[in-house]
Design a protein around this ligand. Structure first.
Ligand code: NAD
Length: 288
């Protein structure tokens, strides 16, 4: 296995941290959310469309869910008005991901090829931000704690939002639902675990796919191994079982399909693993 390919792949698989322990809410979060809200609509429906969502109303719904509350207090139902305000359309090209944050978003091409949760208005507005509330007497100016948010050992204050976001996203998937999994992910015993039952995908997305409206679950396993074996692992077997239990009509699995391999290889086109891109490998004699 080429070092270059591994290094490049780690970069592409890079995950997103929902929050950093001890870090407070993102400064200027209101301005960022409002700015993203205008930018998103400018790019998706254009400045003259008459169906623009009210960004102030969206911010108010979001803010009200957690501000002036203790950081561990908000429940997923508190975020419901935010998802009502952002709305979501039916998604004919949904792309779920788990352990593949970066490559999934190159693959989705900001919603042009496929749609990830982060390509919808609701996900886009707050993706990568940290927020938690602060309850003080008298109330502080905006009720947001910019100094610190709880460590995960205290409470998982991000799941009420992201759990409902995942659920809402899954409910809107139609036709073929794709999930891009990390075939290089292993558990503490070194066993491949592209699918984890404690992931958001397993807990909030798979259970909320509308089986009468989703014709297929297409599992795509991307990995760094020379011999692709992701689809044959016990972990993917478990996913197939879980999908069957949900009565999903058709489940398919693809190891490193060429379109994904091309993306993984953009940074390391000369690595051994990526020589499939060249019809004449003798062009690269040093690598043989
Ligand atoms: P993943 O394992 O790559 O995790 C994604 C993020 O969620 C990471 O920051 C991880 O630390 C955190 N996370 C995972 N499991 C958790 C748990 N049980 N409790 C608390 N935090 C947890 O992939 P995943 O868990 O399957 O989540 C990705 C899927 O869920 C995607 O399909 C996406 O639609 C949605 N999602 C997106 C975000 C985001 O920040 N954009 C966050 C959560 C879920």
């Amino acid at each position: 296995m080429s070092f270059l390919f591994v290094a490049g792949s780690l970069f592409l698989f890079n995950t997103i941290e929902l929050s950093v322990a001890g870090q407070g809410s993102t400064p200027k979060i209101k301005e960022i959310v409002l700015g993203r809200c205008y930018e998103y609509q400018l790019n998706t429906i254009g400045p003259k469309a008459d169906n623009w969502k009210d960004c102030n109303e969206i911010w108010e719904a979001f803010h009200k869910a957690f501000a002036h509350k203790k950081p561990c207090e908000p429940k997923s139902s508190d975020y419901k008005p935010f998802f009502e305000a952002t709305g979501m359309q039916e998604l004919s090209k949904s792309l779920f991901w788990s352990g593949t944050y970066k490559v999934a978003h190159v693959y989705s091409d900001s919603g042009d090829r496929y749609t990830t949760l982060e390509d919808t208005l609701a996900g886009y507005l707050v993706n990568g931000l940290t927020w938690c509330g602060k309850k003080t007497d008298p109330p502080s100016s905006d009720g947001i704690d910019y100094d610190s948010c709880p460590d995960r050992s205290v409470c998982d204050y991000t799941t009420p939002f992201w759990g409902l976001a995942s659920e809402t996203f899954a409910r809107h998937a139609r036709g073929i639902a794709r999930v891009l999994l990390n075939g290089s992910r292993v558990d503490s015993n070194g066993k491949p675990t592209p699918y984890r039952r404690d992931s958001f995908f397993a807990k909030y997305e798979l259970p909320n796919l509308q089986v009468d409206k989703v014709s297929e679950l297409m599992i795509i396993v991307a990995h760094t191994r020379s011999i692709p074996t992701g689809c044959d692992t016990d972990s993917i077997g478990m996913l197939k079982k879980d999908a069957k239990k949900r009565n999903i009509k058709k489940v398919t699995c693809y190891d490193d399909p060429n379109d994904v391999r091309h993306i993984l290889c953009t940074d390391t086109p000369l690595s051994r693993k990526c020589l499939f891109l060249h019809s004449d490998p003798s062009m690269y004699p040093r690598l043989r």
